[in-house]
Write a protein of this length. Structure first.
Length: 353
């Protein structure tokens, strides 16, 4: 898309040139008709020059336009500034001089725009733009724009360049990275997370130990006893692998923002951070982690089935990336009943098999 603008300095020069022509003709002739005709001819001439300049510039641009390419990361994190590099390639035979302007979603804050550029023939220039995302979700970079000087220097051309692109913005999970060092049991306990031994006998095999008075006879491992020529019993532990389902409230109360700084400040964003931290801890302890959303319109709930493994956290992040708060009232009793009902159904299914 082309937009031609006569800069103020060129407009003043043209007006001054027209005035000079009219003044010169006024001294040369006393006939008002001649003066008016000369002034009109001067205006037409100047208009024709601008038109010719525009035509030459458009043809030159279409023959060899600047090629723009953004170098975007795969994803962004809220509040984390990222330097986005924009490359401008000039495949033509004339110098390109102007300003580059980036347009994007208002939640993507960009600094020091527009940026000047000066690209020679068959050259490339790299521009660096600092982008700071302030909200989660899928956000769009529109086509960029450049303002170029025309071939004769009479006009400035506003030109659209490049294509639109989209990237996801996730919560800032830097806390999880800092939390990774707490993998050891002592460090986890120092953070306030404690393992509680449940009462009763477990069912998961732990290890073989020497028989002690009071150990159940049924736990004797006869093969190990015969091999070591002394009584050996099997020791069991409580089942540690659990299915953890985290309920995420997306109702209207989660829209509140009491932190004032505006970057990932809503209660919902803070709950997402807490959800990911809890998921990280549960996964590191060998549990399966899932999630359910509530406080949304009927049929719009999201369910992430519990699963284990190191990739679960990334999959959970991706599944909840586009979840937003709604104006719906959150019914805690309903979601609790629904969750318990599903747990009962799952247990009955396991018992049947």
């Amino acid at each position: 898309m082309f937009t031609a603008v006569i800069p103020s300095r060129q407009l003043i020069a043209i007006a001054a040139g027209g005035a000079a022509i009219c003044t010169a003709l006024a001294f040369a002739s006393t006939d008002s008709v001649v003066v008016e005709g000369a002034a009109l001819a001067g205006g037409v001439l100047l208009f024709a020059l601008c038109g010719a300049d525009l035509l030459l510039s458009v043809l030159d641009w279409r023959r060899a336009p600047l090629e723009m390419r953004r170098h975007l990361p795969h994803a962004f994190a809220i509040g984390v500034p990222v330097t986005v590099q924009v490359s401008l390639d000039n495949q033509g035979g004339s110098r390109r001089l102007g300003l580059y302007q980036e347009y994007a979603d208002p939640t993507l804050v960009m600094h020091r725009l527009p940026l000047p550029f000066d690209v020679g023939p068959q050259q490339r220039e790299l521009l660096n733009i600092e982008v700071t995302p302030t909200a989660r979700g899928l956000h769009r970079f529109d086509a960029g724009r450049v303002r170029l000087r025309s071939r004769l220097g009479l006009l400035d051309l506003d030109l659209r360049i490049g294509t639109s692109e989209s990237r996801r913005v996730f919560p800032n999970f830097e806390e999880q990275a800092r939390f990774a060092w707490l993998a050891g049991d002592r460090r986890v306990q120092s953070a306030g997370l404690k393992s509680v031994q449940r009462r009763g006998s477990g069912t998961d095999f732990d290890q073989l130990i020497d028989y002690r008075a009071g150990d159940p006879i049924r736990h004797i491992d006869w093969k190990a006893t015969e091999k070591h020529d002394r009584p050996i019993v099997r020791k069991f532990q409580d089942e540690r692998d659990q299915d953890v389902t985290i309920l995420l409230d997306c109702g209207r109360r989660m829209r509140a923002d009491d932190t004032q700084h505006g970057i990932g400040a809503t209660h919902f964003d803070q709950c997402l951070n807490a959800l990911m931290l809890l998921a990280f801890v549960a996964l590191s302890r060998g549990d399966a982690v899932g999630a359910m959303t509530f406080g949304v319109a009927d049929g719009a709930q999201k369910r992430f089935a519990p699963r284990k493994g190191q990739q679960t956290l990334s999959a959970l992040m991706a599944a909840l990336a586009d979840v937003e708060t709604t104006a719906t009232f959150s019914d805690y009793e309903q979601i609790a009943a629904e969750c318990l009902s599903q747990r009962r159904i799952a247990r009955v299914g396991c018992d049947d098999h």
